[in-house]
Design a protein around this ligand. Sequence first.
Ligand code: SF4
Length: 385
Amino acid sequence: MVVAQGNSWRSQAEATLAQRIETWFQREARDLPWRRRRSAYGTLVSEAMLQQTQVARVCPAWKAFLRNFPSVTALATASEARVLEAWQGLGYYRRARNLQAAAKVIVVKYRGKIPSDRASLEELPGIGPYCAGAISSIAYGQREAIVDGNVARVMMRIHGRNVDGDSRSGKTWLWNRARDYVKESCDPGMANEGLMELGATVCTPLSPKCDKCPVRMMCATRAVGKQDQIPRPRRRATRSILHAHAILVSVNGRWALVRRGESGLWAGLFFPPTIESPIAISRATLGKRLGVDAKAFSVCGTFTFVATHRTVRFRVWSVDDATAKFLKTAHKGSWSWHAKGSVKKLSITSAMQRVFACGITPFVKSTPTITSGKSRGKRVPSMQS
Ligand code: SF4
């Protein structure tokens, strides 16, 4: 954005920018369920879901989630299993756990009312500067800025400046621009949402629709035709490959599951015992790792799961009865045992469904054809101020 020197001119330019985006948003906003009837709780849930997941997938999930847990208290008091089940299909289950943890804090500390100020919001589990700004401005009309991937791109293009959104100076510049912008807006929530909407639908990473843009006359990037250079295209990170050997162990009709660690893929979820390795491992190595004869293993299926940063090559094994009994004793206390019905209930990720579909027949009506935890979201992770 090219403005004359001086604070008043800058403020005037920011005010015009905000006004145009707010007017455009009132006219062009997509009809999304959480926009129909605003509530702080609805905004909190939608913001949690929209991080890393595309809007089309979030819409039905958001409606179902609010039917299941219509209030902060209902969410705080529900079992974790129910919350995770309601999160099915969205992936990144840690968000669901954080959301419930935040609901518990809100019930205890704020008597069930979601706080409106940024500082209190940022203290809640899973809520960073972006999410706090979004809830505070969209649900409560507070003059708080937000910076997510969409906002960053629009700001860089309007100002015709390439900054590194991962660097401290880049973050500072982006947050300052977002603050200047919201400071001059008429309706901070609408201005912020409009900015994000503009990034998601018009000022897209590739081929922005500048002819439909409400601020095209103020855009420094459009003026010099550098839309394909601002922001600088990121080099794609190489996707690593992980080999996962999932072992289906059954004793007396009950199946072994292990709760995964608190970080990484499927964090904290139940999964069949799985040995992971950056390279493919042989049946003999598998036997050695588990302390059993390699001949006890039979392959019952293979498939590939594409996650955001890596590709997981699954090989699913079954073991004979004697080995299963041995493993049950050897892993007493660390493996838990579940009947088929409860395994199905715990199989909330498509990867786990596919693992069991290899060994329990019929496990799912139809094996999912695409298994991916890959982000297709238009909303991209926020940048910390
Ligand atoms: S004119 Fe084009 S590049 Fe500039 S903000 Fe609008 S859509 Fe983005």
